[in-house]
Design a protein around this ligand. Structure first.
Ligand SMILES: [Zn+2]
Length: 182
């Protein structure tokens, strides 16, 4: 396993819709190695999610995990389809490993149903809520060439991390949830 370079905004992989994987190819060693490397790269970068296009692979795979709180166990999702569940959009802070150092307020659905395959090709069907729902929507967007800046309704909240920490974060909320960085 190894840490792969994370591509940054401007790399075409971040703006190209990723192709679905043939489930018959999931067992290929290079695909399994890509997944292992994505998990290691995410951890090395201190992120809570990573999509394959962020390491330059235009395939429909994302991984996520958060130490918490709230703790979110490692998930590997292949060929995902997500469906929003009822509920008003929720604004919270996001960042992106491919857009280093920036934070902004992004509206997301509070709950989404996730369907797809795990790394062994077994079907996944579950509901993600809260921070997990936010991460899933952020990573799913990466598979469609969409970044969090595209989702912002108002760029006034956009800030560099240091200034965000100093002037913008509401510290009373810090222990309630973690900023989604994927
Ligand atoms: Zn991202």
């Amino acid at each position: 396993m190894s840490v792969r370079p994370i591509v940054r905004l401007g790399h075409p992989a971040l703006r190209t819709p990723a192709r679905p994987l043939d489930p018959g190819h999931l067992a290929n060693p290079e695909i399994q190695l890509l997944i292992d490397d994505m998990v290691e790269t995410m951890a090395d970068a201190g992120g809570v999610g990573l999509a394959a296009p962020q390491v330059g692979e235009e395939m429909q795979i994302f991984v996520y995990q958060a130490a918490g709180p709230p703790e979110i166990p490692l998930r590997v999702v292949v060929n995902p389809m997500i469906t929003p569940r009822a509920g008003d959009l929720v604004y919270d802070w996001e960042g992106c490993l491919s857009i280093p150092d920036l934070r902004g307020l992004v509206p997301r659905h509070p709950e989404v149903r996730v369907r797809g395959l795990d790394r062994d090709g077994q079907p996944l069907d579950y509901v993600a809520a809260g921070l997990e729902a936010r991460i899933v929507q952020h990573e799913f967007d990466h598979l469609n060439g969409v970044i969090f800046l595209d989702r912002m309704r108002d760029l006034h909240s956009l800030a560099y991390f240091e200034e965000w920490e100093r002037y913008m974060i509401d510290r009373s909320r810090q222990d309630l949830d973690e900023t989604a960085v994927g």
